[in-house]
Ligand binder design. Sequence first.
Ligand code: ZN
Length: 431
Amino acid sequence: MQQPKLLSEEKVFKDPVHRYVHVRDELIWDLINSPEFQRLRRIKQLGTSYFTFHGGEHSRFNHSLGVYEVMRRILETFEGRIHLTYEEKLLCMCAALLHDVGHGPFSHSFEKVFRFHHEDWTRAILTGNTKINGILSRMGDDFPKKVAEVIAKTYDNKLIVSLISSQIDADRMDYLLRDAYYTGVGYGNFEIERILRVMRPHEDGIVFKYSGMHAVEDYIMSRYQMYWQVYFHPVTRSAEVVLRKIFQRAKSLYASGYAFQMEPVQLLPFFRDKVELSDYLALDESVVFFYLQQWRLEEDPILHDLCARFIDRNLFKYVEYNPRDFRLLAELKDLFQMAGIDPMYYLEVDTTSDLPYDFYRASEDEERIPIMLRMPGGELVELSQKSEIVKAISGKRRFDYKLYFPLDKVLALPEDVSGKIRERLGVMEDA
Ligand code: ZN
């Protein structure tokens, strides 16, 4: 059995959301100080949201420490209620700390264009030739793999998995509070202290004491609000669209043999689709911004224009879009083409959807395990059976479709062409 290896003195980080983050284990401290984890300081948690909410510039480092702290507190409340070995507790804390370690700069836009998933990079960082792997391996050769399995939700202890990914887990509890705090919005708040106090381990997962139902309701509502008011904000998505178009343009220029004024050395592996772990780890937001500044000076008018838009926040405008209206999109594409505005880079439908809470037990997707309440008599009841508020939004997936385009370019066209396009878009004036 593994003996706890504790620091001679507890380390404490000041944190605006949880007040303090406490580190007692040597292993956790060493993971935090690894280069792969420190890299998260240079990647924003909310990607392009700071264009909409200027306070939202906090990093993934910041959030990862928070998830670790929430997990540490959950384990504290479980003390005496369930037996977890030191290795199991450490497994929970490592998974919490490292669950986002594979995120790259502006993941949402970057991943779509270069077709990869940060989850795969997380696994590669944990199990590949990295400092993090070396540190985790001190707990045993298979420990890095176990951490990766917990994060990938394939680990056989379902209780441990559900603490890091379920409908109410350490990850979500931290990001909802943290993102609300930094963006400055009022509706992301819920009482985490109360939730942690009524949380109980139960067979393969967690349940909540009925007396804490209102705190759980608050959490579900705050999640619902945060998704629609912050995460899916149309302006944030506009910045994502522009960024996606930039990567798409640069990649296609590279493929066509375009001579960049300065070769984008650090991005070449991505353009060539031959990315090593070291290439990926060398990437952060400062690298991306460096290239955006460089490309702004490029001769290619599209790349130059898109980069200037992103840097100066001259983003695309949007209108609501009906996904069944294929004809409209085809017509607009033709009109854009004829007007000399390349629709490939300047016309884009962006779709998003969210399921705020689901009461179904879908076995293949652990995240959708329903939230269970433990009644005073001991029986378990699914949350929406007791909560009218949660019932009202349960199982209802909401979709949102927006059509993005540069209004300034449309307005600069000759009146007859511009009028026709605006009429089809339903934008009559400077919206
Ligand atoms: Zn996270």
